[in-house]
Design a protein around this ligand. Sequence first.
Ligand code: UDX
Length: 444
Amino acid sequence: MNISVIGSGYVGLVTGAVFSDMGNDVICVDIDESRVRMLQGGECPIYEPRLPEMIAHNRREGRLEFTTSTAFAVRRSEIVFICVGTPPKEDGRTDLSYVEAAAQDIAGALNGPKIIVTKSTVPVGTGDFVRKIIEAHRHDGTPFEVVSNPEFLREGQAIRDTLQPDRIVIGTSSEAAAARLSELYRPIERPILITDMHSAEIIKYASNAFLATKISFINSVANLCERAGADVKAVTKGIGADARIGPAFLEAGLGYGGSCFPKDVDSLMYTSREFGTPFEILKSVAAENDSRVPRFAQRIVERLGTGAPAPLAGRRIAILGLAFKPDTDDMREAKSVEICSRLRQAGASLRTYDPVATEKARPLIGEENVEYCRNAYEAAQGADAAVIVTEWREFIQLNLARLRDAMSQPIIFDGRNIYTPAQVAAAGIEYHSIGRPSVGPRET
Ligand code: UDX
């Protein structure tokens, strides 16, 4: 099939790469000329495992190209995917200006029947909005269909998620459009759910908000475990064994970040309010998430602090992990930014390390009282504590004895529970984690 993808960010690039890999002819569009030039020159603007290879392969095969011209791409396509950004506005509502602009451009280029598919995460009703814009801007009565086909990919495993989604949601009232999209997805052999457009739009937000709720729920349980002397890992195992609950997305930690959960929770709250049915539960979900870093930073201050106004003055702290999660260089809503800011405000100087996100982190974290190191051991050199912020695999495999020897005080604050307390204590390191008793030299 001939496909175009408007917007070459995470979702657009992965979508374009995977569809071309399935044998379709795909044109990806972006308004950012430098990004398109990069892609045309064979470079991939984002860090995502397997993506650069897949793009390169399909460009070589002549099935994948990049352009800044929406009109060029749309004219050559039967199916047009809208994958532009939908950033949050101040009040939590979703900014649809890029969707609107894409719809206008598509309308201006309609040269025959097309299926316009919204893949960007958009509030319920946006499909109707897109339809109205296209109807208002097309030159004649060229027929078209609008479909909602939300994307559920996770950064860091985007290719796998796109090739093996739990479900493919196709929201449309057009049987012909549903059949055509089902045909497009047939090669990946995954369950396809065909719904009306509004339901498909809500499925996306409800999924993300539910997952965020699971995370805030387990983080609240972790708070209780810390006070009661219980182990949140054991509790998680116990509740996750109930098939109605399931073990996934119950990792207690510093809370959720990234480009989706924080903004999608806010957007669903906003939309629900607009419809007169405030989604009260989500207020607590967001509030719990916002409290994760202050609470964790407070524990560090209590352990290492010497008194106001700058309790961590003279303290050197290693920050391990800056990206919002492993296997990505994405810094959007990364907890590292807030942790670094709080610890520096308390007077600490920081030595940070991330396997891939350092360059993206620099402008957000700044240079004052921060050193950006080349590995975890270098970051730990002379440190009074090491803080695990992102659960990169290479941190799980660290040589704890070597880390201990590099530090001036062997203390780890683990914001992601990547070690077992016994393992860290055995290495002669004091260990504070989430929802589990602290262990190690001071206590033993
Ligand atoms: C998420 C959704 O999973 C995906 O379906 C949607 O398309 C986009 O948003 P992503 O933001 O890439 O994907 O990352 P994800 O792996 O879902 O993690 C989101 C955040 O939750 C991260 O900050 C992660 O650290 C945190 N998290 C996740 C937890 O704190 N605990 C968990 O158990 C799982």
